[in-house]
Design a protein around this ligand. Sequence first.
Ligand code: G16
Length: 543
Amino acid sequence: MHLQTIPTDPIEGQKPGTSGLRKKTRVFMGRHYLENYVQAIFNAIGGVQGKSLVIGGDGRYFNDRAIQVILRMAAANGAARAIVGQGGILSTPAASHLIRKRHSDGGLILSASHNPGGPDEDFGLKYNTPNGGPAPEHVTDRVHAESLRLTSYQIVETSDVDLETLGQTALAGMIVEIVDPVADYAALMQQLFDFDAIRALFAGGFRMRFDAMHAVTGPYAKAILEDELGAPRGTVVNGTPLPDFGGGHPDPNPIWAKDLMDLMLGPEAPEFGAASDGDGDRNMIVGRGCYVTPSDSLALLAAQAHLAPAYSAGLKGVARSMPTSAAVDRVAASLGIACYETPTGWKFFGNLLDAGRATICGEESAGTGSDHVREKDGLWAVLLWLNILAVSGKSVAELMAEHWARYGRNYYSRHDYEGIPKADADAVINRLRAALPALAGQTCAGLVVTSADEFGYEDPVDGSVSNGQGIRISFEDGQRAVFRLSGTGTEGATIRVYLEALRTDPGQLTLDPAVALAPVAQAAEAVSRLAEMTGRNRPDVVT
Ligand code: G16
């Protein structure tokens, strides 16, 4: 075993996106690529000498190999301890919890989230800070700067570490501690929720299906829902994490979790359905015959969270990303608590959570979470829903109907245009940006524009400013279209168009969402000329 300093050249294109660095797996497997990025992270955080790091990932192809490289580099860079999930597995929220619980100096999470996995699919790596949250922009900017001036990296030459056996071993002076990936996280969930009430719910015959999509939440969901809460065996389906997620797209939405949707909207539907994504931070909620949009789920959870022990004293505030619907704003107004609007990306919630300004946060991209960790948390959302269902005794459809009757309904849909040549996508956004100053007051496809701007955010805690965070155009009567480029894709560009329409009239609460959103969809096309400029007449994915 000996320490090596390997000469390398800076690699272009290692700029972290919305959530760390995501690339094709083969890119990460390329010569020096992973090593460069890991060394850039270490350098950007002032080195790892004497530090402890949490390391784990979602089990996708290359997860195990990448962890061996990271461990050898952490040892070579003088780290004192690496806390690794058994088999290299840690869901993103479980990793966040472990970083916090063990007071470690941060963590490296290996995942490309909901993107497919495999040698020809996607891989990703992100650094989370000691508060357990994704690195904020000033840290990822530093990582990028380091990656551009790297001339060498440190690694020890040694045989592989056994990732399967629980306990401690040593690697070139660094302690490697292999931990159960589920136990600490399951204990945290038990503290937050009324497990007795949920247990009684299942004992009374309540049935659900949890689709783990062959991704990381399988072992977590089986341990908590089936072993701990008494849901019947088989409640968790697709529960074994596979390196290629069974060839699927582990994104919990009605398109990619179609089997679950078909079940829940069909005659054999159980009371409740849920799914989570590749790394376990996203969730989908669907009741019998009733799909709940992520924005509505956030609003409902904020309105009913007091039914769970951890939130019984009320919420300090709530936060949502800008493209997320304003449904939660209406709940916050009624509760008399603050509601923050942040750019897309969970990292923007970190300061609000740390400062105790927000308790629950959420995003339209199927992420909800609270101040229990610093990541969104798929199973947490499922358990909070179960807690609310158990204590209220109502069904998902009843809860949503009552919610809309009280707060109004923010109809919502996201249209994704994928694999667009980057120049074309930039042209659409640049043209819109140029048109913004003259838009207010104009009529587009019959709707009057009430305001139009490009979203910028000043963090209320540290004053940092993030500009260029999406174009938002509000129309009359609570209708809104938002345009932004995805920050998580690995091929071409994806334009996301987010559509919203508020209805408060009791007769308007059960419309087909496509009908309720048709006017704003037409106005969005009129104002953006997206179809004309990209040649795409319809979105690739509608959620
Ligand atoms: C990541 C971030 C989320 C964010 C999403 C946006 O999700 O963690 O906070 O909402 O990206 O994705 P895009 O830029 O493609 O719209 P995840 O689940 O991929 O980590």
